[in-house]
Design a protein around this ligand. Structure first.
Ligand code: OGA
Ligand code: NI
Length: 357
């Protein structure tokens, strides 16, 4: 196949209304652009009963201690090699703090549209408040509004998109962002140890110029959960994603063995999932799970995803020690995976295939 032209995502004219504004219009009608026909949602009804995914709960404090971590390391390795995610507990962030974080997010999305639109993102750029980025004519839109903010490095933050209402929003989000690097380091080191690698193998590729990007996802009540998705199936382009789920409303699903599973809520846990870049570094041993979000006809749902991304100049490739005769190298060396990700995504292809040898 010929090399694809390097192209940046080109956003088409966005929907004039946010999903929250659409949802406020009475009635059972959902605009055509949000509807998944039975044959293009990956098969199967959206309102079918789904089995619950067994997502192992992993204690980060045990992972961090080199002496007592054996069993926990094995749990981590086996979870990330099968469903690609864990429920992380004992992560050092108090439940009171997580409640506050969820509360300021809830208060922000409860503001009048005019107030939220002070933080609107501009066309073609992801940062700020807005709805699904429209990249193709045929794209089926996600039933979600988002607030997207770069957390780190701090000098890359665009404060004009950081809400000043509620008044504590910036301070709380900043505080959260300060707690995450330590968690990420424990995870990346433990992941390496669980595969019998020197503990800095993944950290080194992750690099010290990495970025963290926060995405607040707001899923308004949807009159047609049988036809509409909160987020369409995708895998994350990150190395790792840390997701703070809504405490009460579920909706996230993971595809495993060609079947959709509901991800349970574990209060106060952070759901950690492998992203494509870590799948590449592990030569496919850890799985970047395909996931999607269902909608709900009774309750709103709010989540906070933080994507941990190596610097675009940083080269990512499978760790040598994980390649051998029985496990031949699957992925090539890649840089700026996020751009590759968008190109493939825009063409309706699975982005990680861009990195296959
Ligand atoms: C995402 C995502 C899941 C959720 O933001 O990439 O998959 O439950 N979110 O909101
Ligand atoms: Ni995701």
């Amino acid at each position: 196949m010929a090399e694809a032209e390097p192209l940046r995502p080109i956003e088409l004219q966005p929907q004039p209304k946010t999903v929250q504004e659409l949802a406020a219009i009475d009635g059972k009608e959902v605009p055509e652009r949000y509807i998944h026909k039975a044959d293009n949602n990956g098969g199967g009804a959206l309102d079918a009963p789904f089995p619950v995914l067994d997502v192992p709960t992993v204690d980060l404090q045990l992972l961090a201690s080199s002496s007592s971590g054996g069993e926990e390391l094995e749990k981590l390795r086996s979870a990330l090699s099968s469903c690609g995610c864990i429920q992380a507990i004992n992560h050092g962030i108090t439940s009171a703090f997580l409640d506050t974080l969820q509360e300021v997010a809830r208060q922000f999305f409860a503001l009048p549209s005019e107030e939220k639109k002070k933080y609107s993102r501009e066309i073609g750029s992801i940062e700020g408040y807005g709805n699904d980025m429209i990249l193709s004519e045929h794209q089926i839109l996600d039933w979600t509004d988002r607030l997207y903010l770069i957390l780190s490095p701090e000098d890359k933050r665009m404060l004009k998109f950081w809400p000043e209402n509620p008044e504590s929003f910036r301070r709380i989000l900043h505080e959260y962002s300060m707690k995450l690097p330590a968690i990420l380091e424990v995870l990346l080191k433990a992941m390496a140890r669980s595969l019998n690698l020197e503990e800095n193998q993944f950290l080194r590729q992750y690099g010290d110029r990495a970025t963290m990007q926060a995405r607040f996802n707001f899923y308004p009540i949807c009159p047609r959960p049988d036809l509409v998705l909160g987020v369409k199936p995708h895998a994350d382009g990150s190395a790792i994603t840390l997701l703070l789920q809504d405490k009460e409303v579920k909706g996230l699903q993971v595809l495993k063995d060609d079947q959709w599973f509901n991800v349970p809520i574990v209060p106060q846990a952070l759901l950690i999932n492998v992203g494509d870049q870590l799948e590449i570094m592990t030569n496919g041993i850890f799985k970047s799970p395909v996931h999607r979000v269902l909608t709900n006809s009774e309750k709103e749902r709010i989540t906070l995803a933080v994507f941990c991304l190596p610097h675009p100049d940083q080269e990512i490739q499978p760790v040598e020690e994980l390649i051998n005769e029985t496990n031949p190298r699957l992925y090539k060396k890649v840089k700026d995976y996020v751009s590759l990700f968008f190109q493939y995504y825009q063409q309706g292809r699975k982005p990680i295939e861009a990195a296959l040898l």
